[in-house]
Ligand binder design. Structure first.
Ligand code: SAH
Length: 697
């Protein structure tokens, strides 16, 4: 079936009707899926296999037939492991149709068709009985339904249902148990993802401090999990205030309850400080003895953990509702609340001479409601964006640039979503400041937030919000004045890839008639940069698996390849590279420039050339990012911040995602005497706002 969906083009801003067949969705889902990453996770695979073998043996020792239920079979891997371990029959359930089809083919190719029945259903739709999907209930339950938060993919309700209807009492489960751990920490870096810090501006008439509205102070934020590669967070960016504590465990071999609940643990800080965030991860025991353990513990807890890289399971950062000063040795309670799909944390202080009654009272006081943003800031500013707004160095660059271009009679228009630039421009003396809220996501919240923000800083009549799209801007919006300074970070909430923020250029073009002939545009230009890299690990997510623990899963590799090539054009994908170390193999190269002092041209911008590979390594792909040239000598990079020359280690902007274009084949550059070159052709289509690229190795 084909449908047409209306959506705003992220770069040009124009509404377009896109044909979206069902095919498109599933190709996207497969192309960007984590299946490959899971199959590359050797540690996970080996431990599942060990756990499954042990469970099958235990059932056999009891003289029973081993009947396996594998919920969420994916490629069929865990069922094939069970069949190889001697299971008598496996029911492999998979809800995602393209995946279930692939599982059928893989099972057949590996010769297990008589032992494994693939059922394309959600597990809660599966029937048991002589005419049912399953002949009888299973006595071994195998699943891998976990996300970084453990329960975010619905593992609890799925287990709850399976124990009621699909497996026998006293069944074996692989994994047998999961345990969630937490550690209380202070971290300015991570806390900067939760709240806006005051911004200091040196103005002509003294220092101005921009403060967030008071509602933001105690706002619990949003419930969505913050999952990151904690192993990339240097120990200098946080300090641990407590030991690691066990928050809760789930025994998967017994009936599981998914209803909301909470777990409270007493702890004593090992250090005084400001409790701000809770870092959390889990481990799974594949068997009851706990000898086969697969853990997500970060490097400072388990030094060997970085050896097993994985992206499908990382670690979680939970933000406490408010910062809490804690003292070393004082008695605290850390509470993890959860509903069916998510977890959140709170911290309580134990009072002097606490007795049982107090404890009960405490329990009653524990909020079981999931965090809901009341201040609206968390709806408009996501975590990386808050981190970016809190980056003082970055703000300083903008202040320096604004100081250069603003005059006392400046009429300033700002085009960027949720930007502090209008306030900075006002503090720095612009006569008239207006901002255009182009946020194509949520104008109502944006407006309310700005009102609160202006009120908190007594700026109510100083800055005007224009609620019109650039093409609908009228002179009356600007009090019949021409704009003398047009500014943008630029940043737009709808941007996914770095060049989507070129929307600023299109908006600038749309408001051209309102600009004074001598207008200053800040940034004056942008440039697209590119570098060839070798990833330490990220290459795995797009690399074929071939044979996994002895099972041939190439059918899945082919399916992923087809989906990546769907509609012919291979695309670049956004990744926050501070989480994914890589080594540069070439120098960074400026490939295209976009002149904001002029309107968007009719014709395409294209470039071709070649880059030399200067270091030894595997070229996994090209990384692309934007740099904005704010004013003479002042530029900000949304990508590479620093490059260490001998080794090629890269430091990336910690707030932005960069574009990664994975090459379809990898070349190994050998040595510098005969440097290899990669040729490229890059085209920016000014009509569609799309960047197409092609590389030859
Ligand atoms: N077992 C495979 C794949 C795990 S990914 C492996 O370990 O390699 C999890 C899979 O479970 C996904 O394909 C998802 O579509 C499927 N899934 C999740 N919940 C499900 C449910 N309740 N019923 C059926 N399939 C489910």
């Amino acid at each position: 079936m084909k449908t047409f969906c209306g959506r705003a083009n992220p770069t040009t801003g124009s509404m377009e009707w896109v044909e979206e067949g069902e095919d498109y969705d599933y190709h996207q889902e497969i192309a960007r899926s984590r299946y490959a990453d899971m199959l590359h996770d050797k540690d996970r695979n080996v431990k599942y296999y060990q756990g499954i073998r042990a469970a099958v043996s235990r059932v056999k020792e009891r003289g029973e037939k081993a009947i396996v239920l594998d919920i969420g079979t994916g490629t069929g891997l865990l069922s094939m492991m069970a069949a190889s371990a001697g299971a008598d029959f496996c029911y492999a359930i998979e809800v995602f149709k393209p995946m279930a089809n692939v599982a059928v083919k893989i099972v057949e190719k590996n010769g297990f068709s008589d032992k494994i029945k693939v059922i394309n259903k959600h597990s809660t739709e599966v029937t048991v009985g002589p005419d049912g999907d399953m002949q009888c209930r299973a006595n071994i339950l195998v699943t891998e339904l976990f996300d970084t938060e453990l329960i975010g993919e619905g593992a609890l309700p799925t287990y709850e249902h399976a124990h009621k209807y699909l497996v026998q009492e006293g069944c074996e489960a692989v994994p047998h148990r999961a345990t969630v751990y937490a550690q209380l920490v202070e971290s300015r870096r991570m806390w900067s993802w939760k709240k806006l810090f005051p911004v200091r501006v040196e103005a002509e008439d003294g220092e101005k401090v921009l403060v967030p509205p008071s509602e933001m102070e105690n706002c619990p934020g949003v419930p969505s999990v913050c999952d990151i590669q904690l192993n990339q967070m240097p120990s200098s960016d946080f300090s641990t205030l407590s030991d690691v504590v066990t928050m809760f465990s789930v025994d998967f071999s017994k009936p599981v309850q998914s209803a909301s609940t909470y777990y409270r643990v007493q702890l004593e800080p090992v250090q005084s400080g400001k409790a701000q965030v809770v870092l959390s991860w889990w481990d799974i025991d594949m068997d009851p003895s706990g000898k086969i353990n697969c853990t997500m513990a970060p490097y400072w807890v388990k030094p060997t953990s970085a050896l097993q890289w994985r992206d499908h399971w990382m670690q979680c950062v939970y933000f406490l509702p408010r910062e809490e000063p804690v003292l070393r040795g004082e008695k605290l309670y850390l509470t993890a609340c959860r509903d069916e799909y998510s977890v959140w944390y709170s911290l309580q202080k134990a009072r002097e001479g606490e007795n049982k009654a107090d404890e009960e009272e405490h329990k009653a006081g524990v909020g079981v409601e999931s965090p809901v943003c009341r201040c609206r800031a968390h709806l408009l500013w996501n975590r990386p964006r808050l981190g970016e707004l809190n980056d003082q160095n970055r703000t300083h660059q903008y202040i320096k640039a604004l100081r250069k271009v603003l005059k006392t009679d400046s009429v300033c228009l700002c085009i960027s979503d949720g930007s502090l630039l209008p306030v900075l421009a006002h503090y720095l003396g612009a006569k008239q400041v207006q901002c255009m809220q182009t946020s194509r996501t949520d104008l109502y919240h944006a407006h309310e937030l700005w009102q609160a923000f202006f009120k908190a800083n007594h700026l109510e009549d100083k800055i005007k919000i224009i609620e019109a799209r650039p093409e609908l801007l009228k002179s009356s919006h600007l009090e019949d004045k021409k704009v003398s300074v047009l500014v943008g970070e630029p940043f737009f909430t709808t941007s996914l890839l770095p060049w989507h923020n070129l929307y600023f250029w299109y908006a600038r073009t749309a408001v051209s008639t309102h600009l004074a002939s001598s207008v200053t545009v800040l940034p004056q230009s942008a440039s697209l940069h590119m570098m060839i890299v070798e990833f330490q690990d990220l290459w795995r997510i797009r690399s074929p698996c071939g044979i996994c623990e002895g099972f041939d899963v190439r059918t899945m590799d082919d399916m992923i390849k087809d989906s990546l090539n769907f509609r012919e054009s291979k695309e670049a994908e956004p990744h926050p590279l501070w989480e994914y170390p890589c080594k540069s193999l070439s120098d960074p190269q400026e490939v295209l420039t976009f002149d904001f002092t002029r309107t968007v041209p009719q014709q395409c911008l294209s470039t071709e050339g070649s880059v030399q590979l200067l270091r030894k390594g595997k070229s996994h792909g090209a990384v692309l990012w934007m740099e904005y040239h704010l004013a003479a000598d002042i530029s900000v990079s949304t990508g590479l911040m620093q490059l260490s020359n001998e080794k090629g280690n890269c430091e990336w902007n910690p707030h932005c995602k960069q574009a990664v274009y994975f090459f379809s084949s990898v070349i190994e550059s050998e040595i510098l005497s005969d440097p290899t070159a990669v040729t490229y052709a890059i085209n920016f289509d000014t009509k569609t706002g799309e960047i197409a690229m092609d590389y030859k190795l």
